[in-house]
Design a protein around this ligand. Structure first.
Ligand code: GSH
Length: 211
């Protein structure tokens, strides 16, 4: 399998999941500006929307949308428990969380990431994002991970996003003007996830400096 990524982007989520599972995946960097792969291929010929992540299977089929990709990867090693079994209520709760992260957090960041263009829209977008993060902070009050006491693909996704406004090692890539320092549960969760071997491995593989 091949996973197409851009450093420090949302594709860090499937990158972490692949490493957590020890899957054989080739990680291929895509240039943010011209959308060329490391091998000089036009990424649009692989994924029609031109955004990462994209997962190319060995039979040539391509999956895009991070939420689908992480579930596909988790289902390759179901015994590792990164996603509950398909069809169970717990799986729907995971999908609910992935959808929340995708639409409310991931896309909620966009105006802040383009703060210089967003103008007054920041005043609407920032409190919404802060409210969503405050909910996550409360949700983490009595659990170690987003879905309970076990690390899941949702933690990998949130980890990729939560650093955008915070982590010093991401500032040159994604620097959103949002202050999450007071969210103690979120911070503790973030540090815990950052300490995982597969997470550190993924960060380093993307060429990011971890500090
Ligand atoms: N709906 C997609 C969105 C992915 C996305 O927003 N990717 C961004 C990076 S986080 C990207 O590739 N941006 C570069 C571009 O659109 O050219 C998903 O959830 O996977």
């Amino acid at each position: 399998m091949k996973l197409y990524y851009m450093p420090a982007a949302c594709s860090l989520s499937p990158h972490i999941v692949a490493n957590e599972l020890g899957l054989e995946v080739e990680f291929i960097k895509v240039d943010h500006n011209d959308h060329a792969t490391e091998q000089g291929r036009n990424f649009h010929s692989i994924s029609p929307h031109g955004y990462i992540p994209a997962l190319q299977l060995d039979d040539g089929n391509v999956l895009w949308e991070g939420s689908a990709i992480v579930q596909y990867l988790a289902d390759q090693r179901p015994e590792r428990g990164l996603a509950p079994a398909n069809g169970t209520f717990e799986r729907y709760k995971l999908q609910e969380m992935l959808s929340f992260l995708s639409t409310e957090i991931h896309k909620g960041f966009i105006p802040l990431l383009y703060a210089h263009l967003a103008g007054a829209y920041i005043d609407v977008a920032r409190p919404k994002l802060e409210k969503r993060f405050a909910w996550i902070n409360g949700h983490l009050a009595d659990k170690q991970f987003l879905m309970g006491d076990q690390f899941s693909v949702a933690d990998a996704y949130l980890f990729a996003l939560a650093g955008w406004g915070q982590a010093p090692w991401l500032k040159s890539y994604y620097n959103a003007p949002i202050q999450l320092d007071d969210l103690k549960n979120l911070r503790a969760w973030y540090e815990g996830v950052k300490g995982r071997a597969a997470v550190r491995q993924s960060i380093l593989q993307e060429g990011l400096e971890l500090n």
